[in-house]
Design a protein around this ligand. Structure first.
Ligand code: GRF
Length: 210
C-alpha cells in the first residue's frame, strides 16, 4: 500500500473526491494516510476529521524561508512513511530542494489545460478569469508531476471542459471541478499507486495492467 499525504489550503473538494474514491475502492494499492494543511482554518481539515484521517497544520508563516518550510514538511512526510504527496489546492509554493527530494512522488491538480493559463500567478479564480478573457471555447484540468518549475512538470492526465456562453469565473471553476478535477485526480492517484505511471524525461506513459 502506498501511503498518500494530501496537501490542502482551502475548501478541499478535491480531497473529498479522493476520500470518496477511496471509499468506493477506486484508489487501488493506496491509502490516504495524512492531510496536511497550510492553514488552520481550511475547511479541508473538517473533511479529514469526518473521514478519520489524521491531519496536521504546517503554516508557511511559522518558517523563515521556503527552504525551512520544505525541510520541516519533508521530515514530517518521511516520518509518516509517505510514498505519494498530492497537492490538492495547496497554495504554498514548495522549495526547489523539496521538489528534488520528492521528485516523481509529488503530483498537483491545475484547473486548466497546461500549457495554457499556468505558471506563477495562475491560481484559483485567476485561471478561469484569464481563460474567459482570452475567449477560449474549451478549457479543462491537468494532473501533473511537480518539478521546480511552477506547473512545468510532466503531464499525467488532462480533460477538456467546454466554456458556455455567459460563464463567469465562478461557474466555469465549478464546471471544471465537477467535470474534470474530481475525476482526474483520483484516477491519477490510483495509477501512481498501482505503479502504472512510467516517466521518460517530461513524458508520462500509462502502462496497461496485466
Ligand atoms: C482547485 O481548482 C485546484 O485545481 C486548484 O485549487 C483548487 C482547490 O480546490 N489547484 P479545493 O480546495 O480542492 O476545493
Amino acid at each position: 500500500m502506498v501511503k498518500i499525504a494530501v496537501m490542502v489550503s482551502g475548501g478541499g473538494t478535491n480531497l473529498q473526491a479522493l476520500i470518496d474514491a477511496e471509499t468506493r475502492g477506486e484508489i487501488r494499492n493506496g491509502e490516504i494516510s495524512a492531510v496536511i494543511s497550510s492553514s488552520p482554518d481550511a475547511y479541508a481539515l473538517e473533511r479529514a476529521k469526518c473521514a478519520f484521517i489524521p491531519s496536521y497544520v504546517l503554516r508557511r508563516r511559522d518558517f523563515g524561508s521556503a527552504e525551512a518550510y520544505g525541510e520541516a514538511l519533508a521530515e514530517m512526510l518521511e516520518q509518516l512513511g509517505i510514498g505519494l504527496v498530492v497537492l490538492a489546492g495547496f497554495m504554498t509554493v514548495l522549495s526547489p530542494a523539496f521538489c528534488r527530494r520528492f521528485e516523481g512522488r509529488i503530483i498537483n491538480i491545475h484547473p486548466s489545460l497546461i500549457p495554457s493559463f499556468c505558471g506563477p500567478g495562475f491560481y484559483g479564480l485567476h485561471v478561469h478569469e484569464a481563460a474567459l478573457a482570452k475567449g477560449v471555447k474549451v478549457t479543462g484540468a491537468t494532473v501533473h508531476f511537480v518539478s521546480e518549475v511552477v506547473d512545468g512538470g510532466a503531464i499525467i492526465l488532462q480533460k477538456a471542459v467546454a466554456v458556455q456562453p455567459g460563464d463567469t469565473p465562478e461557474t466555469l471553476q465549478r464546471r471544471v471541478m465537477e467535470e474534470a478535477e474530481w475525476q482526474l485526480l483520483p484516477r491519477a492517484v490510483s495509477l501512481f499507486c498501482e505503479g502504472r505511471l512510467q516517466t521518460q524525461g517530461n513524458l508520462v506513459n500509462i502502462l496497461d495492467v496485466g
